[in-house]
Design a protein around this ligand. Structure first.
Ligand SMILES: C[S@@+](CC[C@H](N)C(=O)[O-])C[C@H]1O[C@@H](n2cnc3c(N)ncnc32)[C@H](O)[C@@H]1O
Length: 212
């Protein structure tokens, strides 16, 4: 088949118009999320992660191109927004679980305001039950609910976590509740490699799954 010059030029125009529309859509979303995060930077007071810890989660997801996230403990959605923003770039989605109805509703509003609703499946549920029931598979998990259940959450998610994926947990520096037992447990597993992120004041443990 022979293509004429005007025909090729037309294809070029359509393609470049499409690319521009895509990139301007992306940057609109980036601007919206950044504005939201800056505007609310000092407003988070429902046990939410600080801004810098949100950035750690975001970077981790982008670095590993994770696409299927689970968050345990939404609260009002600060960490959810960082995870969902990363998901908007990798083409993924995050399932997040919260037991408190007021916080769950507030999170939905915040996620909507940030423009990230399509990347979030927010569940109002008891994670003790729901985490067992969710099908997965997941490649990224952020555990930030009741600390004395951390080990059990890990055991429930482990079969659904892909090799190469990682399980992260918040507030591991203070050793409160079941955090010490959790760290001892996860560090004892030969198929996981666990480190503590150095930039986080409260401590985020990052456990990479090396094999089944
Ligand atoms: C530390 S806060 C989460 C903060 C959130 N990740 C953020 O940075 O915005 C812990 C949340 O876990 C929720 N939570 C505690 N036990 C839970 C359970 N069994 N199931 C679901 N959520 C639970 C609490 O209601 C609380 O909102």
């Amino acid at each position: 088949m022979k293509f004429t010059k005007p025909f090729l030029f037309l294809i070029f125009l359509i393609y470049s118009g499409f690319s521009c529309a895509q990139s301007s859509k992306d940057s609109d979303l980036d601007r919206r999320v950044k504005n939201f995060l800056e505007k609310h930077r000092s407003d988070w007071n429902d046990m939410n992660v600080p801004y810098t810890d949100g950035q750690v989660l975001y970077d981790l997801i982008l670095k590993n191109e994770y696409t299927s996230a689970l968050e345990i403990g939404t609260s009002t959605g600060h960490s959810t927004i960082w995870i969902a923003w990363a998901m908007s770039k990798t083409g993924g989605k995050v399932v997040t679980v919260e037991i408190d109805e007021g916080r769950h509703k507030e999170a939905l509003k915040n996620i909507e305001e940030a423009g990230l609703s399509e990347y979030v499946d927010a569940r109002l549920a008891d994670a003790h039950q729901l985490v067992k029931e969710l099908g997965g598979p997941f490649d990224f998990v952020f555990s930030d609910a009741d600390k004395d259940w951390y080990t059990q959450y890990f055991k429930d998610v482990d079969p659904k976590l892909e090799t190469g994926g990682c399980f992260t947990a918040h507030n591991v520096r203070n050793g409160f509740g079941g955090v010490k037992d959790y760290l001892d447990y996860v560090k004892s597993l030969p198929n996981y490699e666990t480190t503590i992120d150095g930039s986080s004041r409260s401590g985020i443990s990052i456990s990479y799954k090396k094999s089944k």
